[in-house]
Design a protein around this ligand. Sequence first.
Ligand code: GCB
Length: 610
Amino acid sequence: ISAGGILYPKESESRDVRTLDGIWNFRLSPENDHLTGFRERWFQKDLSQTGEVIPMPVPASYNDITQDKNIRDHLGLVWYDRTFFVPEVWRQNLVWLRFGSVHYTAQVWVNGHLIMSHEIGHLPFQADITAVVKFGAKNRVTVAVDNTLHQTSVPQGYFTELHTHNGTKVVQTYTFDFFNYAGIHRPVHLYTTPSVYIDDISVHTDVRGDTGIIKYNVTYGGRLRASSQGPSCYVDLLDRDGNYIIRDAGSGRLQGELEVPVARLWWPYLMDPEPGYMYTLQVTGLLPIEQWGIEDTYRLPVGIRTVEWSNSSILINGRPIYMRGFGQEEECELRGKGLDYTLIVKDHNLIKWVGANSYRTSHYPYAEEIMDFADKEGIIIIDECPSVDTENFSPALLEKHKDSLSELIRRDKNRPSVIFWSLANEARTHLNGADAYFRAVSEHVRRLDPKRPITMALARGVGEDRTGQYLDMIGFNRYNSWYVHAGRTEIIRNNVVAETSAWHQKYNKPIMLMEYGADTLAGLHLYPDYVWSEEFQVEMMSKHFEAFDILRQQGFFVGEMIWNFADFKTAQSTTRVGGNKKGIFTRNRQPKNSAHYLRKRYWALAEELD
Ligand code: GCB
């Protein structure tokens, strides 16, 4: 992990931001000779000078952009480059290059200098590129992206040899159920800071009576002169409309506490006229006068709320919550996992339309731009790291897994929407090594953030699980009437009630059903209900709702999340018809019957509970 903070690039009085999104040049590296690009030094010239290039949009996954299935299914390296200008007027500043996410491994050169590498998709990384940049001139950025997953990547992948008419070919396989999209998935920013700058801000909020408390901690980066006294900082707090609530607080110290009288709290309640109320913490870092008297200003959105938990409930601002939401996937047609503002806004409109109050970022961290919506709209997030289906509990993997959580927490620690950290999805928690492994992962997360509860999506049976004791809330995934007795909706109510109670009995923790569902082909109508039809999905849901209503009376059941929000692409398999079809929306975001049905329930719950 690179040192320091990873604040989202934002313009201010002292910072300039430019986007490098657009059409980049792109080339596959030959699958049978991954080192070609390094040997031929493709990073030292424009890619177009070392061979053929094709246009590739950024941000986007490269897989579904062309008509060529060799690009869709490519294993190994691909190369991207583009040029950009750095204005002369930036010379007094530090210049930074930041990627929101590149999947899975990235190496980045600027003007032929290797300036950073990063492993693990879905998480941002950046570097100070001032030393290699040409001011007032054209510059080049080259990125080599490798989608290969192996035994110690998060998540893991496997290899299979195929014997083809052209000889042996190695292909990637994986057990997780979403397509391993790759490329430069999120925005690329070029931005400036002063030579001494605000590197990171951490906030923690509390509530005393009707006073909101914001504790903050500011760290700075850059080189101070030896003679300097160290920087100071002042903070202001602005309300949602931009009015100053508190001015010039902190008397110069980098840590402090603000008291907000009659605070507007961040709530996840749909019936609240202003759920997700966000203030702005305006931090101005001041350098000592002898070092040019430079200032750096950064504005951080802050929601004031508390999170507490017991063995039966999760409380926000002292009030128990009941989650009604989805497991999601961050993807869509054509762009794959590429950030798309149209999709983000549409999805949040659908989430509101259905009346949900929560979702899980299954099975990896979602874009910061998506998380911003959750903050502003008062949506509860179960923030999941990219660990899926882990069955090898090696020390090397454990370190990578911990890194993924360190990077996730560094990125999302200030978000009020993030109520839980999710350690993994469906790890093989019945195996011997699982106990020590997840003890270590959970201790790591508690050290980094003792203020949020930890959860995980469990899939093994209650009796054989070895990890629930390390969690604060148990989430389990169970497909009664789908993978368990397909078509038999009459088993649902008993099974769900019995299993939920058994989890509670074993661990004495709050429990939620994190996944249940049925593949449903939009437009397929079969009555009486029969698997894959719209009627079946609704019937399967109605039996789950009966179970949930029984469980809600018992005091430890804290939420239901249907799998999935929308249909999504998976690896090719005989059990998937054009991908996973368990969405209540199609991949194009059109409602199946189930969406209308779920909407009735979620709005009724909103009226009862919000
Ligand atoms: C699961 C997984 C999810 C799959 C889902 C399914 O348990 O967590 O990634 O997509 O089941 O539909 O099989």
